[in-house]
Design a protein around this ligand. Structure first.
Ligand code: GLP
Length: 242
């Protein structure tokens, strides 16, 4: 794990966006794993900024998002599908057929998850995976558990996650289930970048970096990854002791 501490979330956004745009410039048909939440928004803004400056195309880039809510229409304002289009895809020349999501409304979630994993493998696996972190150190929607999960699966969200995310749901109640990529699949990406900003993430960050590798702290699995870059602002890094 390589830890990078910046003063502000904006600076992290610029630094992480540069890794993504450099990846696309070096390999225009790369495969990116993307995340939702407030944390990656400055990164997405900066990717769009670089795209608008010219000299880079996302036409051959494939993306796979980490997770999606169950029982929420695809175009609902709170779906991750909508979020990604508003925050990133609509600002790029990426092709709709190249952006991929788990279908949270699939009649057979197990078959949907298997098909998603097979598609990622057929695409050659993920080159760079972006992650945020939950207050309980979840990644994607992999909640604290007894063992590290493998491929994509349907998960019942914990109270902590529902409380953290329900602020975005004003009309409909927040879904209690989601489909998410599994931990082993997430860490099979060649490079993993995790961003954590703000004081609320400080405890999860300390446990991820300084605690034991345990499925009770899902993000701690990154300690064992060969190319995991952690980007923190000073508030998120404030409980680190080393
Ligand atoms: C959700 C997402 C995660 C994200 C987390 C933190 O649970 N499934 O991928 O990392 O929220 O969100 P935020 O960045 O808004 O704090």
């Amino acid at each position: 794990m390589k830890i990078n501490i910046f003063k502000t979330a904006e600076e992290i956004g610029a630094a992480v966006a540069e890794i993504f745009t450099d990846t696309v410039k070096a390999n225009p048909s790369c495969v990116l794993g993307l995340a939702t939440g407030a944390t990656p928004v400055p990164t997405y803004k900066n990717i769009i900024k670089t795209f608008n400056e010219g000299g880079i195309s996302f036409k051959d880039v494939k993306t796979y998002n980490l997770d999606e809510y169950c029982n929420l229409p695809k175009n609902d304002k709170n779906s991750y599908y909508t979020f990604m289009h508003e925050q990133l895809f609509n600002g790029l020349d990426i092709l709709e057929e190249n952006v991929h999501f788990l279908d949270g409304n699939a009649a057979d979630p197990e078959a949907e998850c298997k098909a998603y994993d097979a598609e990622i493998n057929a695409a050659g696996g993920i080159d760079v995976q972006l992650l945020g972190i939950g207050n309980n150190a979840h990644i994607g929607f992999n909640e604290p558990a007894d063992t590290f999960t493998e491929g994509s699966f349907k998960v019942k969200l914990t109270e902590s996650t529902i409380n953290a995310n329900k602020i975005y749901f004003d009309e409909n109640p927040m879904p209690e289930y989601a489909l998410t990529m599994g931990i082993k699949q997430i860490v099979s990406a060649k490079k993993v970048i995790l961003i954590a900003t703000g004081e609320k993430k400080a405890e999860a960050v300390r446990n991820m970096i300084e605690g034991p590798v345990t499925a009770q702290v899902p993000a701690s699995v990154l300690q064992e990854h060969d190319d995991a870059l952690i980007f923190l602002d000073e508030a998120a890094a404030s409980l680190l002791t080393k």
